[in-house]
Design a protein around this ligand. Structure first.
Ligand SMILES: C[S@@+](CC[C@H](N)C(=O)[O-])C[C@H]1O[C@@H](n2cnc3c(N)ncnc32)[C@H](O)[C@@H]1O
Length: 197
């Protein structure tokens, strides 16, 4: 019997709780520092970060490579996971800027908070929340970064409308994500699997 949306959502949440707590057990999808290096992050930046920051990296690209952040900007990291992109962004916007990380996984939010504390980073704020109802005021964000999250969301138009709502006029969306190509067959989809399986 096909799963309901609620069951799929619960499976996704459980999967990311596992990736926060036991990332080395993830067999199917590339995670961790080696994956980040393959996706084009600066290897020196990655090697300089503690394992607790890099081991649960589950991104699919590098949204920070899509545009430069400036000192003083407010950045929202949607689906911030264990805080990998948020930490790199926090360094770029500096003490006069701020990075807000939002994720629906309590385990990821806890890990991101522990990670920034261990690094002495004080310009981040991690909040548990949903991509389709961002707990962020209208027009308050300069750059919204997101890495591997929209593909996991049922209501993509609502998530994009939320991104539009929170961005300031002239703000920017920098997204890395995966797509299902038109010619993919159901057999291809089964072979590739999903984040929730
Ligand atoms: C593929 S991981 C990427 C995590 C992080 N961006 C990184 O690059 O390591 C996707 C993240 O999005 C979160 N997520 C998935 N669906 C979400 C939703 N509907 N609302 C908020 N967060 C969500 C997951 O808990 C997970 O931490």
């Amino acid at each position: 019997m096909p799963q309901t949306r609620d069951q799929i959502r619960d499976d996704i949440q459980r999967r990311f709780a596992r990736i926060a707590q036991s990332p080395q057990k993830e067999q199917k999808f590339p995670c961790g520092p080696a994956s980040a290096k393959r996706l084009g992050y600066n290897p020196d930046d990655i090697d300089a970060l503690p394992a607790a920051v890099t081991e649960s990296f589950a991104g699919v690209g590098n949204p920070l490579a899509l545009g430069e952040l400036r000192a003083g900007q407010t950045v929202l990291d949607l689906g911030s996971g264990a805080g990998f992109d948020s930490i790199l962004a926090a360094r770029q916007v500096g003490p006069t800027g701020q990075v807000i990380g939002i994720d629906f996984s309590a385990e990821m939010i806890d890990k991101a908070r522990r990670n920034v504390m261990s690094l002495g980073i004080t310009n981040t704020l991690f909040t548990q929340g949903e991509a389709d109802a961002l707990p962020v005021p209208d027009r308050s964000v300069d750059v919204l970064i997101t890495n591997g999250v929209l593909n996991l969301c049922f209501n993509k138009p609502t998530v994009l409308a939320e991104a539009w709502r929170v961005l300031r006029p002239g703000g920017r969306l920098q997204m890395a994500d995966i797509l299902l190509e038109d010619q993919a067959t159901p057999a291809d989809v089964t072979r590739k699997g999903t984040w929730s399986d």
